[in-house]
Design a protein around this ligand. Structure first.
Ligand code: AMP
Length: 281
């Protein structure tokens, strides 16, 4: 397995792989890899001749008060885990090379970026769409793998690919969870012991919502109210949003008649966690 740092070398590698008729599977990450990321790499390994994992903490998707500087970084560990999971290349570009001092072009997936997390993280999805488009242009993958954990991100990327005719297939893989149901996340590292225990309430609330829907409850507001009560029973929890929306266009759903996305963002202590499930009535 090789670590490639230069954009030019990465593009050359991909071009040569395509000339040889090889398919490229691509997994974009910000590093601090865990089983969630590794499940994407393993899936890419199953379905492609060449697997590229990018490790890039994208400055453009962080707000000024967010954790860009403190985001966990450990290239050696990430490289080893990527290798063990079947990656051929770890692409580890420099932020200064990715965003030259006179970078002026950004991609905005209008509408979709304004819902859910987008309301609270202005500019976040613009940063995500821009970096993913750049990575697609550099790596030119046949298929790229994303996690359902970041449901809105996957929806935004799918729309960008469709709207801009980017020739890549997007695959969304299920959320990988800890034993108590907490969705794996690089940010779980920030939680202390008590907070880590409290954080399990996020998935408990999502499961409760699923149970209510399966028992015939269709009123979103009453479900959200019950979820709020459960989550608020933990002292460390501060709810940012809980939403029940259409899983394609993210528009709000008052009465649940079809498949819905139930998504939430909750601060546990100072750590912002997100999770979601898709439920059919
Ligand atoms: P990140 O490094 O947080 O930008 O995540 C890189 C990719 O891994 C994204 O497509 C995420 O949705 C995905 N991912 C993160 N956590 C999980 C998880 N627990 N299960 C599945 N995929 C995940």
């Amino acid at each position: 397995m090789k670590v490639i740092r230069s954009i030019r070398s990465m593009a050359d590698f991909s071009r040569n792989a395509h000339i040889k008729g090889k398919t490229i599977g691509f997994v974009p990450t910000m590093g601090a890899l865990h089983e969630g990321h590794l499940s994407l790499i393993r899936q890419a390994r199953k379905e492609n001749d060449v697997v590229v994992v990018s490790v890039f903490v994208n400055p453009v998707q962080f707000g000024p008060k967010e954790d860009y500087k403190h985001y966990p970084r450990n290239l050696k560990r990430d490289t080893e885990l990527s290798r063990k999971s079947g990656a051929d290349i770890v692409f580890y570009p420099d932020a200064g090379d990715m965003y030259f001092f006179n970078h002026k072009t950004y991609i905005e997936v209008c509408g979709l970026s304004g819902y859910l997390c987008g309301k609270f993280r202005p500019g976040h999805f613009k940063g995500v769409a821009t970096v993913v488009a750049k990575l697609f242009n550099i790596i030119n993958p046949d298929t790229s793998y994303f996690g359902q954990k970041d449901a809105q991100q996957a929806i935004v990327i799918k729309k960008m690919v469709e709207d801009l005719n980017i020739p890549v297939r997007i695959k969304v893989m299920p959320t990988v969870r800890e034993k108590d149901g907490l969705a794996m996340s690089s940010r779980n590292k920030y939680l202390d012991k008590k907070e880590r225990a409290d954080a399990a309430v996020l998935y408990q609330a999502l499961r409760m919502a699923r149970d209510l829907i399966s028992h015939g409850v269709t009123d979103s507001l009453s479900i959200i109210r019950k979820m709020r009560q459960l989550i608020s029973s933990k002292k460390s929890a501060r709810i940012q949003y809980i939403s029940i929306v259409n899983p394609v266009d993210l528009s709000g759903v008052n009465t649940i008649k079809e498949r819905v996305l139930i998504a939430l963002s909750v601060y546990i202590g100072k750590t912002r966690l997100i999770d979601n499930i898709v439920v059919s009535p």
